[in-house]
Design a binder for this molecule. Structure first.
Ligand code: GLN
Length: 536
């Protein structure tokens, strides 16, 4: 079968849910019997999101093969319930790095290297890789940013060329735009959408579908207007007001006929009837009033909640499955050091310390871990959160006063968390951590084993430091159980406190594998324990 392409472009402004829309559309197509793959093209110059500040870029989402990617890949995986690989995300930086290294090697035989054709060819090659590597029948390609950005021009040009190469009948351009509302009159406007479609047409692309986003109801007359001015069929203008429940987006798109319309335009026939009942049930559950459980998330980037996107989603999945509503209280770790924010921690039914890098806020996180241990408050530590849990234990239970991670104190006498041996000779920061899926054996009878219900799991990693094995024996003597280890036994993957309702830390990032309908066992454990506590 020929590969069919669905290109998602953005209009007017970014952050209007293009990624979610693309992911939800992917789900509708998967449900109709097609093998779907997704790819995100990021027009910025960075080589990967791995070294970008979470403040600017949000969370770095890690894939099985260790690729550090854009957080939209998290939406794709959660909505479509697929596992993506490296080919599913690339940036301008990667494209240029490839072309320049070929030029340096002499591959172009002295030719002049230009955006067209060299850069656009490399973009097309990378888009083509997805169907080759995944065997997908439908490839959804989302172009980051908005039409009109200087950076995205070569991408749009490449896709325009690709459309001619693979045949117009095999491509659909979906433009996701924003309809602003004027405060004074309350009037919703289509003009910016008209402009953005005009910009798209000026580079030779006419959208086939326009998904019009707004925060409130979108009047039918506005869809008429968009159809008229933007030269698309009326039924191909899809009004999408903001959904109050994220997971309702596929249901809304389905109701508006997007699944059928896409298939019709790509000349495809569904091979099975979509079953969206589980999603309907999920949304119904979300809407039901449930008792609150408060989780204090003690982190560093709490102003920008996108920095912890998967953690937040994983908490919600597990809460739903436990029949509770999770209220996440975002606590600045550095505040705790200054005696602020403790009221929030004290009223929490559970504490979560997520992953992180750098020393800011570390002492605050250690204080939160101490509080959780002493007050027997359920605690889940993710990567750095597991490391601070061990540092705290060393300091206050083993009385190793200056215990630390050597990430934060190079000269500590007790580096209970230390640089991994393989990391010692590495100086580059980009893409050099221990990344991706690794196996972990669970110790029988432990909380971790009970939570998972299987003897071995594979989880996604992103770290440079690890538990220092020289300290295993004293930790165990005082009640810390290393309930998850690498198969060779050399690497601590999970640590848990024996005498505690639930104090568990993982060296990996369980949040990346949580799905709305398959909540992650370690998050389930936290929410279950927090629910118990909230009842008391
Ligand atoms: N900074 C720590 C390390 O490199 C933790 C990393 C993380 O939380 N992802 O090991």
């Amino acid at each position: 079968m020929t590969t069919k392409y669905l290109f998602f472009t953005g209009g007017v402004v970014s952050s209007v849910g293009k990624g979610v829309t693309a992911a939800a559309t992917g789900l509708l197509l998967k449900e109709r019997g097609f093998k779907v793959a997704v790819q995100k093209l990021d027009p910025y110059i960075n080589v990967d999101p791995g070294t970008m500040s979470p403040y600017q870029h949000g969370e770095v989402f890690v894939l099985d093969d260790g690729a550090e990617t854009d957080l939209d890949l998290g939406h794709y995986e959660r909505f479509i319930d697929i596992r993506l690989t490296r080919v599913s995300n690339f940036t301008t930086g990667q494209v240029y790095a490839e072309v320049i290294s070929k030029e340096r090697r002499g591959d172009y035989l002295g030719g002049t290297i230009q955006v067209i054709p060299h850069i656009t060819n490399e973009i097309k090659r990378r888009v083509g890789l997805v169907s080759k590597e995944t065997g997908a029948e439908i490839v959804i390609v989302e172009i980051g940013g908005t039409v009109g950005d200087i950076e995205s021009q070569p991408f749009l040009e490449a896709l325009r060329q690709l459309r001619n190469e693979v045949g117009r009948e095999n491509c659909l351009f979906v433009h996701v735009t924003w309809l602003p509302t004027i405060g004074a009159t309350g009037e919703m406007k289509t003009k910016p959408t008209q402009h953005s479609v005009a910009a798209l047409r000026s580079i030779g692309i006419s959208p086939n579908l326009i998904i019009a986003r707004a925060d409130s109801h979108i009047d039918d007359s506005l869809c008429d207007k968009i159809a008229l001015f933007c030269d698309v069929e009326k039924r191909a203008v899809i009004p999408m007001p903001t959904a109050d429940v994220l997971y309702e987006v596929p249901l809304l798109l389905d109701k508006l006929g997007v699944g059928e319309l896409v298939l019709e335009k790509l000349d495809l026939k569904a091979t099975r009837k979509p079953d969206i009942k589980p999603w309907q049930k999920l949304v119904e559950e979300v809407r039901k009033p449930r008792p609150d459980v408060r989780i204090a998330l003690v982190g560093k980037y709490v102003e920008l909640q996108d920095a912890y996107m998967s953690v937040r989603e994983a908490l919600k999945h597990a809460a739903l499955a436990n029949g509770v509503e999770v209220q996440i209280d975002w606590v600045h770790a550095a505040d705790l050091e200054k005696d602020r924010g403790w009221d929030v921690v004290r009223r929490a039914d559970g504490i979560l310390v997520p992953g992180g890098f750098g020393s800011r806020g570390i002492e605050g996180k250690i204080m939160a871990a101490r509080y959780a241990r002493e007050q027997k408050v359920p605690y889940l530590g993710l990567c750095l959160g597991m490391q601070v849990m061990c540092v705290e234990f060393a300091r206050n239970v083993l009385d190793l006063e200056d215990a630390n991670s050597s990430e934060f104190d190079r000269s500590t006498e007790h580096p209970v968390i230390d640089l991994m041996i393989d990391q010692r000779s590495i100086t580059d920061l980009g893409g050099t951590m221990r990344l991706g899926l690794y196996p972990c054996l669970l110790q029988k009878g432990s909380r971790a084993a009970a939570a998972y219900g299987v003897p071995q799991v594979n989880e996604r990693h992103r770290h440079r430091f690890e538990f220092n094995n020289a300290y295993r024996a004293p930790f165990e003597q005082k009640g810390m159980l290393f309930s998850g280890l690498s198969p060779d036994g050399k690497l601590v993957e999970i640590a848990e406190l024996v005498d505690h309702p639930y104090m568990v830390g993982s060296q990996f990032h369980p949040e990346f594998l949580s799905r709305p309908m398959k909540p992650h066992p370690l998050f389930m454990g936290l929410l279950k324990a927090a629910k118990e506590r909230s009842k008391k």
